[in-house]
Ligand binder design. Structure first.
Ligand code: NAD
Length: 466
């Protein structure tokens, strides 16, 4: 879709005009391409002082496997963990070095005054983060803290990281990862995602990594040998999801309504996937999916992406518009999950990912039906996550909540509202379908067993509902 303002401010005159008028200045975001290194630049790593080195050890191990060039401050305790993991960390300098990644282990921070260590680490290098850089803090979930002092300090990190996301600009993202005690070995997929260009349009997020089972995988082909179903795969975000999952090695069953047959077949044949022409609201949709899945040994992931909008203010909304949106976006997902989970179609350690929306978090004018359905999706994920956690199949469920993504769905929004939606975020631009797809590929990975019940916004840290 054309973004005339975005193109204008890329020219030298446009840049000057925008700067003088205080208008948003979107920069081109780094996005991952096959064959590239995950982190294109160096990383400065730090840690708060304390006795528990489990998070630092996990960070050191993961960075050594990612072959990232690591810098460290001379007095930082994380040096020992890095040395143990065989990482030859270079001494940081106070000079001109720039970093692609700033990563800080805050897991030992246990009171308000110790938060000063976060200030000290980031203050010194706040002007030295590269364009499309990554800022990540790892802490412990405040709700599991033993005392009030620890809980408040860990919770405080959320305000810090969200402010960094808004301040740093230039395509730099900032996230907080809360890892449960003993779940440090589950950090791999999450750290790889958030330090890389794959998370281009995800910022200001708080992620919880828990004690599920993360499966060891071949990182060059993370989804190799897996069968994954994507609904609404003929175009837009669904098409991008199917392409990214296939790029990562999965066989994708591409599902869409019969009217979309030609587009669906094109996508499926380009990624060597298969097609399934089913309207997800029909009574036998579950059976049809089960038949197709069982021929391929069951499903390793279900991506509930299909969705529609039928916008009208509540006073003007007819019953059909309400029913249709609730039925496709919400009721059918609940029905399909129930059927597929109870008919032995979903494999051990499978992943379910649902596409919600920031409209479901913030609400939106003219979208009572849509926002209800998308908030319901988050409710469904929360409740199902609890149920799955008590099961023995290692299945997880998470949601993504996209903000303004450049697709046919957003193309029809009136100009002024569209321009506001596109700019009101820390990236000053809309996201692309691939940004949602990369996020889903992370959640759908067998290595993401520690993620269950998260709702991750893919919205460039939109101001809506934040
Ligand atoms: P889109 O309209 O381009 O694609 C949606 C796809 O779902 C289409 O291929 C459509 O045929 C299919 N579909 C619709 N009803 C179906 C049914 N009953 N059975 C099977 N397939 C059906 O939309 P998109 O922008 O790619 O959106 C994909 C998802 O992302 C939706 O759930 C949407 O609500 C969500 N989302 C989009 C944005 C955005 O900015 N585009 C923002 C937030 C959330």
């Amino acid at each position: 879709m054309s973004d005339r303002y975005g193109n204008f401010v890329k020219s030298s005159i446009g840049k000057k005009v925008a700067k003088n008028l205080g208008l948003p200045l979107p920069v081109g975001l780094d996005r991952f391409e096959s064959g590239q290194r995950l982190v294109r630049g160096s990383a400065l790593i730090g840690s708060a002082t304390g006795d528990d080195s489990r998070v630092s050890q996990a960070i050191a191990r993961i960075l050594s496997e990612m072959h990232v060039e690591v810098f460290v401050n001379s007095d930082d305790g994380i040096k020992e963990a890095l040395a143990d993991a065989g990482v030859e960390a270079k001494a940081s300098t106070s000079g001109e070095d720039k970093y692609k990644v700033l990563l800080f282990d805050a897991s030992n921070i246990s009171n308000a005054s110790e938060l000063k260590q976060v200030y000290e680490f980031f203050h010194a290098v706040a002007r030295r983060v590269e364009r499309s850089g990554r800022v990540v803090i790892i802490g412990r979930p405040p709700e599991a803290a033993d005392d009030i002092e620890t809980a408040l300090a860990q919770r405080a990190l959320e305000g810090f990281i969200k402010s960094v996301g808004k301040e740093f600009k230039r395509g730099i993202t900032a996230q907080l990862i809360y890892v449960a005690q003993g779940a440090e070995q589950n950090l791999d997929s999450t750290l790889r995602f958030f330090t890389s260009a794959r998370s281009a349009y995800v910022s200001g997020q708080v992620i919880r990594v828990g004690n599920g089972t993360a499966i060891d995988i071949d990182w060059t082909q993370p989804l190799g040998g897996k069968t994954m179903l994507v609904t609404g795969a003929s175009r837009g975000i669904g098409e991008a999801i199917a392409r990214v999952l296939a790029r990562e090695g999965a066989h994708v069953i591409c599902l869409d309504v019969p009217q979309q047959q030609a587009d669906l077949q094109k996508v499926a044949s380009e990624i060597s996937g298969s097609t399934l022409l089913v309207d997800i609201t029909t009574d036998d949709a579950g059976e049809q999916i089960a038949d197709a899945a069982q021929k391929r040994g069951g499903l390793d992931a279900i991506i509930h992406n299909a969705g529609i909008t039928r916008d009208k203010t509540l006073a003007n909304m007819d019953e059909q518009k309400w029913d249709m949106v609730i039925n496709i976006n919400l009721a059918s997902i609940a029905k399909l999950n129930k059927y597929l989970l109870s008919h032995d179609v979903v494999n051990q350690d499978a992943r379910i990912v649902c596409v919600s929306s920031i409209s479901g978090i913030a609400g939106n004018l003219g979208q009572t039906n849509y926002a209800t359905s998308k908030a319901g999706v988050i409710g469904l994920v929360d409740a199902t996550a609890k149920q799955l956690a008590s099961g023995d199949k290692g299945i997880t469920i998470n949601a993504v909540a996209p903000g303004f993504i450049e697709t046919q769905m957003t193309e029809v929004i009136p100009f002024a509202i569209r321009e506001a939606g596109r700019r009101m975020n820390s990236m000053s631009q809309g996201g692309l379908p691939i940004d949602v797809a990369e996020t889903i590929a992370w959640l759908a990975s067998p290595a993401s067993g520690g993620l269950n019940g998260n709702t991750v916004r893919v919205c460039g840290q939109s101001l809506l509902g934040a």
